[in-house]
Ligand binder design. Sequence first.
Ligand code: GLC
Length: 555
Amino acid sequence: MAEKNWYKNAVVYQLYPKSFYDSNGDGIGDIRGIIQKLDYIQSLGVTVIWLCPVYCSPMKDNGYDISDYYRIDPSFGNNDDLDELIELSRARGIGVVMDMVVNHCSDQHEWFQKAIADPEGPFADYFYIRKGQQSGPPNNWRCWFGGSAWEPIENTPYYYLHVFTKQQPDLNWENPKLREEIFRIMNFWLDKGVVGFRLDAITDLKKLPGLPSLPPDGEDGLAAVNRWTENVPGIGAFLSEMKERTYGRVNAMTVGEAGGVKAGELMDYISLDDGYFSMIFDFSISRVNVGFYWCDVLDWNTETLKQRLQQTVKQNGSLGWMGIVLENHDQPRCIDHFLPESGRNFYGASLLALMQLMRRGTPFVYQGQEIGMRNVAWADIQEYDDVSSHSQYQEAKRRGFSDAQAMAFIHSMSRDNSRTPFQWSSALSAGFTTGKPWLKANEQYAQINVEKQEQDQRSLLNWYRKLIKLRTSSPWTEVLIDGSEEYVYQEIPNLLAYVRELNGQKLFILCNFQDREQVLALGTFQTILADNYGRACLTDGQKITLRPYEAVLLA
Ligand code: GLC
C-alpha cells in the first residue's frame, strides 16, 4: 500500500449494503449487488468504498452486532463474493474499507455464549461480567439507547455490560487474550486486501477503572454513557497497540468514529505524522439541531455551522486530518438537516456538496447523497426499523409530548432516513429489488433517481462528479488536498465562504445560504471553476451577485 498518507487524496463512498442493490430478489441488498453496480460507483470518481458491516449477524442493530467476524452474512453473500468485490474494485483503482466493530460483538457470538454458560469461566473475561448488587445491577450506568447498561444473565447472580443494545455485549479490552483475538481478525481482513477500516465506536473501548457508580444525571438515577466510557484515560495504550499489531504494518487507511476526543488529545488521534488513525470523522456539524435526546431541540443557524467549521480548522492546524461528512447511516439526509424549506432543492443540495467537497480532509459521500435523497416521514412508529428511533420515541412520550410531536422528532432524526433503498430508477421499489424491500422505499423515488439524473447534464449527480474530479484529478488537486482552509467574510450573515491556499495558489468557495440575493466583492478571484447556476464567467467585474442558494468555486 503505497505512500504514507495516501488517503489524503482519497474520496470515499460509503455503502450501506443492505439498502444499495439487491441482486437476488430477496429484498436485501448484497455484495453481488455492489459488484453489479461498480460501473456506477466508478463513474462517481471515488477511490475508496467503505462497506457498513457485512459479517454474520443476527441484525439486531443491522450488522453492528457481529456473531462471526470471519464470515460474510448469508443475506449479503459469502466470502468469495467479497474477495471478488475486492479484486474487481482494485482493478478499477478503488480500495475497499471494512467496518470494524470491536467495542462489542453480538450476544450470539460463540465467545458470549460460552461466557454466559459459565460466568466464572475463561470466556467471561472477554466481557464485563459482574455480580449484581442486592438492589439490582452492579452500578448505575445508562446505555446509549436508554435504561441500564447492565443485563442480567438468566438464572445467575451475574450481569453483563452493554454500551449499545442488550444484544451487543461490550468486549473487555483489558484482557490481553481478547486483544489478540481482535488483532487476528483485523489481520485476516488486511491479508485479504482491504485497504483499511472504519472503526466503530472506537473511543468506547476503555471503561472507568473499577466500574464505579456515578452521581446520577437523570430522573432514572443513572449516569450517561459518555461519562463512563467515552475516551477514558488510558485508552491510548489500546489504540497504539492495535495500530502497531494490525493496520500500522501495512499503511492502511483508518477512520475512527471517535466521540469525546478533546482538543488537547486530538493530535494523538489524527496527526499526519503518527496518529492512532489516519483520521477521525469531523462530526462538528452533525446533529446540530438536537441534544442527546431528539426531543431536546436546539437553536442553530448558518452562523453555528460557520463557527463550528472554523473551530475544527483551528484545532486541526496543519497536522490534523479529518474525514469530512454531511451524511451517514446514522444521520438524516443533509438536505433536510442543514437547509430551510426554501433551499430543499437542487440549489441547496449542490451548495452543500460544494461546501463539503472543497474542504481540507478526506470527503465521505454517503450513498444517495449524490442524487439528493431525502428523509422519510412514516405515520406510525411501528413502520420504523431503527432501534434508536424506538427508544427516542419512548423518551418523547415519557416527557409528555403528543404522538404527533414525538413522530415529528422521529421524522427529523431517525436513522431510517438514510437507510431506505437506494433510488436507482422509477421502477417499482426504486429499482432496488424485484422482491419486497426490507425497508420501504422513499415514495419520492419517481422524481429522485439515478436514471433520471444520468440524462440531465445539470443534475446533482453530475455536479458531484464534477466536484470530485476537480478534487482528485485537476490542476487544482494539490491546493484542494494540501491547501489551508480559511473562513472569510465572517460578518456577512448566511454567507459561508472560505479560501483554500497553497504556495500562492488560491481557491475561493462561496455559499449563499439564503433565498435572497447577496452582492459581494471578489478581489483577485476572477475565474469561475464551478457554479451551481451554471454561470461561466463574471459580468460584474469586481463584484458578484449571488442568487438564492448559489454556490461558486473561483480561482
Ligand atoms: C456506531 C454505528 C451505529 C451503531 C453503533 C453501535 O455508532 O455507526 O450504526 O448502532 O455504532 O455499533
